[in-house]
Design a protein around this ligand. Sequence first.
Ligand code: PEP
Ligand code: MN
Length: 340
Amino acid sequence: MKASATQEEVDAVVDRIESVDARAHRSTGDEVTVIGVVGDLEHIERLELEGHPGVDRVMRILKPYKLASSQFRQGEPSVLEIGGRRIGGDHFALIAGPCTVESRDQLLTAAKDMVAGGATMFRGGAYKPRTSPYAFHGLGQEGLRLLAEAKEQSGLPIVTELMDVRDIEAVAEVADVIQIGARNMQNYTLLTEVGRSGIPAIVKRGLSSTIDELLMASEYILKEGNENVILCERGIRTFETAYRFTLDLTAIPVIKELTHLPVIVDPSHAAGRRVLVEPLSLAAAAVGADGIIVEFHPNPDEAVCDGPQQIASADFPAYAKKIELAANLAGKSMHAPASV
Ligand code: PEP
Ligand code: MN
């Protein structure tokens, strides 16, 4: 819209867009209002919005994702506020904790160590996607109850995975951020329900998914009116067999060109081996990621899953200090005050 456009003109344009069953998303800035239109291209073109009072210009965003695209926010990065912590823009988030919730003692010890190192949020799965149907699949409801206790004791926002829409209410009670795992990145009913819940979400890139497919997955959540989406690069399959997945660090600056959403990196699942986690984390922070989600366990050798890649939680404070330096190099700060 033109800077001089009146509220009535903005409303009239929104009404016209909605008259053809398209959706209008308003983004109101200090100077101008941008209206993002999502719907059938032919119907929208027929409205001839260019000539409408108050309209400055109509720009076609050619990307298949619209709400996720950088143009939608005129190149401004989204900064999300979650439980008093910020992520995106200049704000770097360090999300750490065990792969899965195993016991009260394990979880609360891990949470205490994460607080000691200044973690931004605490992770831990109560529902685990596992390759084998015979493997441990998480403590379920009991795991969620323990996460609630860890949240109360540590004060850290909780990140936990939702695998099945049937568990959304239970997960929503404790989760400050719902994780959509790599294997569920294209589970469109799950994405839509998480969108409707309004709860912030981390969408992990699928094992063999392109960047466009990741952005389209995020579009499912955004389309429901949930603007709190974080993307996560966690390693993709390549021909290389010397390590588990190839952490696609090139994807970070590329995704940041394409979208306003915060992008984080999971070095643990990419590496599969503990010794690789710190170097990959440093690289991720230095390349401009908005955060890291990483696995730490009080006693990794006894972990029920992902033991080889988890780092001893007592080592977290030293790790966090180094990561903060790398994030600072990329112009981000880990401990900025939550509210201005
Ligand atoms: C996890 O974060 O514990 C996990 C299973 O990750 P991914 O979905 O990336 O494999
Ligand atoms: Mn894991």
